[in-house]
Design a protein around this ligand. Structure first.
Ligand code: COA
Length: 148
C-alpha cells in the first residue's frame, strides 16, 4: 500500500502523526488478512509498534503486510513501513505486529485456511509468530463485565 504524507497527516514539526501511520498499518494488515481468510477479519490486537525513524511531510510511504501465521480463526500480520523522500531513497521507518480474527455474518470467529510457509524468511516468521502469540494471549483480558 502506498501513501503520500499530506499536511493533514503531519504535526507542527513536519513529521507524520504516529496515529495516522497506525491507521495505514491497520488497513494494510486488514487487506492481507482478508485475502488469506477469504472474507472479513477484524483487528483483535495490535502489539509491538515501533517507530524506529520519523516519516516526513511530503514523503511517500510504502507499507508491506504479510500474514505470518494462521491458527484456527486468528492470523498474525506483520507490517513493515518504509518512507521514500524526493531522492527516491527508501528507508525503514516503522514495524508492527497485529492479530486479525476472521468473523462470520454474526460476528463470531470462523476458521481460516492454514498457512504453509515456503521460503526461509517465511519459516522464520512462522516460528517467531507462535512465541509472540503465547505472549499476547497471556495479556488478553477475559470477556465479561468490568469490575468497578
Ligand atoms: C476479536 C473477537 C472476534 C474475538 O472474539 P471472541 O469471542 O473473544 O473469540 P474467542 O475467544 O473464541 O477467540 C477467537 C480467536 O481470537 C483470538 N483472540 C481473541 N482475542 C485476542 C486478542 N486480544 N489478541 C490476539 N488474539 C485474540 C483467540 O486466540 C482465538 O484465536 P484462534 O481461533 O486462532 O485460536 C472479538 O473480541 C471482537 O469482536 N472484538 C472486537 C473487534 C473489533 O471491533 N476490532 C476493531 C477495532 S475496535
Amino acid at each position: 500500500m502506498t501513501q503520500l504524507v499530506l499536511p493533514s497527516d503531519a504535526n507542527a514539526l513536519g513529521t507524520a502523526f504516529g496515529g495516522r501511520i497506525m491507521q495505514w498499518i491497520d488497513v494494510a494488515a486488514a487487506v492481507a488478512s482478508r485475502r488469506h481468510a477469504g472474507g472479513v477479519a477484524v483487528t483483535a490486537s495490535i502489539d509491538s509498534v515501533h517507530f524506529d525513524q520519523p516519516v516526513h511531510l511530503g514523503d511517500i510511504v510504502v507499507l508491506r503486510a504479510s500474514v505470518n501465521r494462521a491458527w484456527r480463526s486468528s492470523m498474525e500480520v506483520g507490517v513493515r513501513v518504509e518512507s521514500e523522500s524526493d531522492g527516491g531513497q527508501r528507508r525503514h521507518a516503522v514495524r508492527a505486529y497485529l492479530t486479525f480474527v476472521a468473523i462470520d455474518a454474526q460476528g463470531r470467529p470462523r476458521a481460516v485456511p492454514t498457512l504453509v510457509p515456503e521460503t526461509e524468511a517465511e519459516q522464520r516468521r512462522f516460528a517467531e509468530a507462535e512465541l509472540r502469540r503465547v505472549a499476547r494471549l497471556s495479556a488478553r483480558r477475559p470477556r465479561g463485565p468490568v469490575a468497578g
